[in-house]
Design a protein around this ligand. Structure first.
Ligand code: LLP
Length: 436
């Protein structure tokens, strides 16, 4: 397994993260357990800030909190000066509770309710990213009723094909997100907005998908978006000031992944944008990106206890662990691949070819299909790496499993940041009435 962030092998061949022994964490907090390597997140943030910077325009990094959201990460993001991208009333409620600076909030979503739009306006979120014309009309009506003027970005779909999993592509001509910039009416709609009393069109947004390895797709997107800005300016006279290119930067999970080199890709995105702004004399003042996975993905590790071993009639060997698709649905949903180690056997020869099976009642609940590990016993702890993004955020109580705890570690210190659910939490909304 590739060691990431502050993961180290100590002198006893055991895995530590943030200078804390992972076996000790499993013992203290129980398993399954999500560990968050704060030092890794901080270094990712600082890399994003230094690589995505410009002397010509303002740059902003917005953390896509759908990857992993709780009060702790929102505070960390706020302290580090990033913006945040959220989706719902639930997300906004959390931001309000922890007093996140609302001007740095971007509200996304392709089916925003009236309640969510009203809440966003009342809280003063920085930008509402408008997905479709029905939503635009809804925002205008709410602004008219309550005397607001909303600062919006229009989400457009640049039609860039990517080679990620089909569920992670968002910019096909048939995708559900945004308004295709090849649709006939898009320029006239934008023109109407320039004199709208209820919304202020600040700029455009796009997001081409997630876990994208191809650098060329990102550069192509920048080109298309800048071309479109130039077309808007030429055809309507409107000078947009902001462009948001979304997120989607791939990370390393397992051998098949070839993530982009952010140290060269991010400066290349900035240079491409600067070059076009100057060449076409555009009025753009700010460019934005919205990474989620690339900030938190490799900072997360999940610890599981091996509960049972089995060799099937056909000879396949399984390790059965105490979590699975309830805490990590990604293998079942996207055929995601992961690497793992036995936390106290890093230097033991990997002689066993096994599958790591989750405990849910689904044949598809296999966390790792095929991996070489050292010989193991029941009770051993295994660590699956790169589970920081879209794991806790997508976890469920399937099969009555409590959501695991989340512990942050850094420089030899640890801190519980989300408690493990208790059994009574699992059915807490159950009214448990007699049948009718
Ligand atoms: N901006 C927008 C508008 C998005 O929809 C997303 C992700 C991002 C930014 C951040 O993308 P990232 O940098 O994290 O790739 N559950 C899937 C991923 C879904 C991505 C949803 N949108 C998974 O587990 O792979």
């Amino acid at each position: 397994m590739q060691l990431r962030g502050t993961m180290r092998e100590d002198s006893n061949g055991a895995l530590s993260i943030g200078q804390i022994n992972t076996q000790a964490l499993a013992k203290k907090y129980g398993t399954p357990l999500y560990i968050i390597d704060q030092g890794c997140i901080e270094s990712n943030i600082s890399n994003f800030k230094s690589w995505f910077s410009s002397d010509l325009v303002e740059t902003e990094i917005v953390y896509a909190s759908k990857a992993f959201i709780n009060g702790y990460i929102c505070r960390l993001v706020a302290e580090n000066g990033l913006g945040i991208d959220v989706i719902s009333a639930g997300d906004m409620d959390l931001l309000k509770k922890i007093q996140f600076p609302m001007s740095r909030v971007y509200l996304h979503g392709n089916a925003k309710s009236k309640q969510e739009i009203k809440m966003a306006l009342a809280l003063g979120v920085g930008r509402i990213v408008v997905d479709n014309y029905d939503e635009l009309q809804r925002i205008r009506e709410i602004c008219a009723e309550y005397s607001y003027r909303a600062n919006i970005l229009l989400r457009v779909n640049p039609g860039v094909e990517t080679h990620t999993h089909k569920y992670l592509r968002t910019a096909l001509d048939s995708s559900k997100f945004g308004i295709s910039l090849y649709q006939n009416d898009v320029l006239s709609k934008i023109k109407q907005l320039s004199s709208d009393p209820y919304v202020r069109l600040m700029g455009l947004h796009c997001h081409i998908g997630s876990q994208i390895n191809e650098e060329a797709a990102f550069i192509r997107t920048v080109e298309i978006m800048l071309n479109f800005c130039a077309e808007i300016s030429a055809q309507t006279g409107i000078g947009l000031t902001e462009l948001n290119f979304g997120g989607g930067f791939a990370i390393y999970y397992a051998k098949r992944d070839t993530p982009p080199q952010l140290s060269s890709l991010l400066p290349a995105i900035v240079r491409k944008a600067e070059e076009q702004i100057v060449k076409r004399n555009l009025s753009l003042k700010k460019i934005v990106i919205e990474p989620g996975r690339a900030i938190v993905g490799e900072a997360g590790t999940t610890l599981y206890k091996i509960e049972a071993h089995k060799t099937t009639y056909s000879g396949r060997k399984y390790l059965m662990v105490d979590g699975g698709m309830a805490d990590n649905p990604r293998p079942a949903l996207y055929n995601a691949q992961y690497e793992a180690v036995v936390v106290d056997k890093l230097s033991v020869d990997k002689t066993e070819r096994v599958a790591v099976a989750g405990k849910c009642c689904e044949s598809g609940d296999i966390l790792i299909e095929d991996i070489m590990l050292p010989p193991t016993e029941n009770g051993d702890i295994i660590a699956i790496a790169a589970t920081g993004a879209y794991n806790y955020a997508m976890s469920s109580n399937y099969n009555g499993l409590p959501r695991p705890a989340v512990v942050a570690v850094k420089n030899g210190q640890e801190q519980l940041v989300t408690k493990r659910q208790e059994l009574q939490d699992i059915h807490s909304c159950d009214v448990a009435t007699d049948p009718l």
